[in-house]
Design a binder for this molecule. Structure first.
Ligand code: SF4
Length: 358
């Protein structure tokens, strides 16, 4: 494990520990036990959440479905506050932390500070991941003021030319100026939060700028500098960002995901509307999580119960490498047509494009 990842674990523990209350710890332990046992009918509730406050983005990163302008089929792309409130009213008693990002740029949401405040008031540890290449410095500082605990900043170079090869349409000077503004704001108010992490996405074209970028981060007062392998086609990648040894899917138990349109996917990787496991508009999160798609998803990972699955099962998890890593499913997968569909965020190709852009 490299220095950046170790430091990150330390900071994440420091960020989260104050939010661990006895009832939440009990739920967390039960949830982890159920993951180990691969319990199909989950009795615990997820203790981590990921809410995609918007799937609109200002950049055109080529290996992100939003950046490629793929149409996910979601009719609403900026989460309405009433859906957010309903989700929190139900889930906050169980959750330790909440991540307010997935497929878009969170600072585009005009009420992001209000959303962070809603989470903070409910005693949740709040994280945002952003490209920070936005001209909303006031909104960013209002979000910090509202109780943001941890900010991940994604970038990929120290020269504008290198940076914009992946972060297409982005402005490195804005990333730096916004980082400076947050660090100065923290200093002025004597605060330590939000902790700031610069996440350097590594590709073949930017390996030579890692050290200089780390030095810049240190000079600016960034808390953690971490290098992460970027995903994409073989010719640009330096490695695989998936864990080939993944033998289970903790997300099916541990993580409550909500999309901007109120859809509930099984995990943060499932992109398409038609792959959702349920809807916040129609049912509670608990009802969706006890429903057929979640039960069948967990059943795929349970060797004793997988024989109960119909051979022609049509389920989004069938196109995930984690399911394909299950030795007990080998025969089942060769006979199931959905299992031949490919990647969980990719197919079908050519990608359907949004008519008016993101
Ligand atoms: S698609 Fe993969 S990661 Fe997502 S819930 Fe299904 S098995 Fe888990």
């Amino acid at each position: 494990m490299n220095k950046g990842n170790l430091k990150r674990i330390f900071y994440l523990a420091r960020t989260t520990l104050p939010y661990l209350k006895p009832a939440k710890v009990r739920n967390l332990l039960l949830c982890e036990l159920e993951i180990r046992r691969r319990t199909v009918q989950q009795a615990s509730m997820p203790y981590v959440s990921l809410v995609d406050v918007t799937d609109v983005c200002n950049l055109r990163c080529p290996y992100c479905p939003t950046g490629r302008n793929q149409d996910s089929g979601r009719p609403v792309r900026v989460i309405p506050l009433d859906i957010m409130r309903r989700f929190l009213d139900e889930m906050a008693p169980h959750l330790v932390s909440i991540n307010l990002f997935n497929w878009g740029e969170p600072f585009i949401h005009p009420h992001i500070a209000e959303i962070v405040s809603m989470c903070h008031q409910r005693n949740l540890c709040v994280t945002i991941s952003s490209n920070l290449s936005v001209a909303f410095t006031k909104r960013i500082l209002a979000t910090c003021e509202a109780g943001l605990d941890y900010l991940i900043v994604s970038l990929s170079g120290i020269r504008q030319e290198t940076y914009a090869r992946y972060h297409k349409g982005g402005h490195l000077d804005r990333v730096i100026a916004n980082t400076k503004a947050i660090v100065e704001w923290r200093k002025r108010l004597g605060r330590s939060r939000p902790f700031i992490e610069w996440k350097y996405l590594l590709f073949k074209h930017n390996t030579g700028e890692v050290q200089a970028c780390e030095a810049l981060a240190d000079g600016l007062g960034v808390d953690i500098f971490r290098v992460k392998t970027g995903g994409g086609p073989e010719e640009v990648c330096v490695g695989d960002d998936q864990d080939p040894a993944a033998s289970n899917c903790p997300e099916l138990w541990r993580m409550a995901v909500l999309s901007a349109d109120g859809g509930i996917p099984g995990c943060c990787y499932l992109y398409w509307k038609h792959d959702d496991f349920g809807e916040m508009w129609e049912r509670t999160v608990a009802q969706v999580r006890g429903g057929e798609r979640f039960v069948q998803g967990r059943r795929l990972f349970n060797p004793e119960e997988s024989s109960l699955l119909p051979p022609n099962l049509d389920h989004p998890c069938l196109k995930c490498y984690r399911v394909h890593n299950q030795p007990h499913l080998k025969r089942f997968l060769t006979e199931n047509s959905r299992a031949k569909e490919g990647h969980r965020t990719g197919a079908p190709y050519p990608y359907p494009k949004r008519e008016n852009g993101p």
